[in-house]
Design a protein around this ligand. Structure first.
Ligand SMILES: Nc1ncnc2c1ncn2[C@@H]1O[C@H](COP(=O)(O)OP(=O)(O)OP(=O)(O)O)[C@@H](O)[C@H]1O
Ligand SMILES: [Mg+2]
Length: 154
């Protein structure tokens, strides 16, 4: 039996992505001396995502989907809870350490807007090759990683 959190038994601790009781609030300061208010955008979310699994998060506008996504990839820092990626706790990890453990290389957003993801002035080859070049992947491996998915599509 995989290990789970007692207070969130659907969360498997050995998953690739693990979030436990995550909370991300936005602080709003209405004025210099006014008391700050909080928008509880993500409030006590626990989930796990295994390798090869796609998780869809569905909810009405303003329910916190984008905030959850940005928290999981650590563009935002949660106010409480824990996030683990591939066995490393990354909840409050500093940017340098996120880079060091390969988190920033392995995890990123794919924007829904096709003009942000697929620049029509670039060839498909270049669009797929550019991130591999940034990561310093050698030429031969780049070609392999570009053509393998394209062959599957054709
Ligand atoms: N930078 C911010 N500062 C303050 N409040 C914010 C900020 N970004 C989002 N919010 C608020 O947090 C809540 C969750 O917003 P979020 O964008 O995560 O929702 P969403 O589910 O992605 O919505 P949509 O379906 O419209 O994309 C909303 O009430 C929103 O107004
Ligand atoms: Mg959104």
């Amino acid at each position: 039996m995989p290990e789970v959190f007692e207070d969130a038994p659907w969360v498997r601790k050995d998953s690739l992505v693990v979030a436990h009781r995550l909370r991300t609030y936005y602080t709003i300061k209405p004025g210099l001396f006014a008391k700050p208010r909080y928008v509880k955008a993500v409030d006590d979310i626990s989930l796990s995502i295994d390798r090869g699994i796609t998780l869809a998060v569905v909810g009405e506008s303003g329910s916190g989907k984008t905030t959850l996504g940005r928290t999981l990839i650590r563009l935002l820092e949660p106010i409480s809870g824990e996030i683990y990626f591939d066995g490393n706790e990354i909840t409050h990890m500093k940017e340098d350490d996120l880079k060091r453990i390969g988190f920033r290389r392995r995890v990123s957003m794919v924007f829904q807007d096709p003009y942000s993801s697929l620049n029509p002035f670039h060839s498909i080859h270049f669009i797929l090759e550019e991130p591999l070049m940034v990561q310093g992947v050698p030429h031969e491996e780049r070609e392999e990683r570009i053509y393998r998915p394209l062959r599957r599509l054709s």
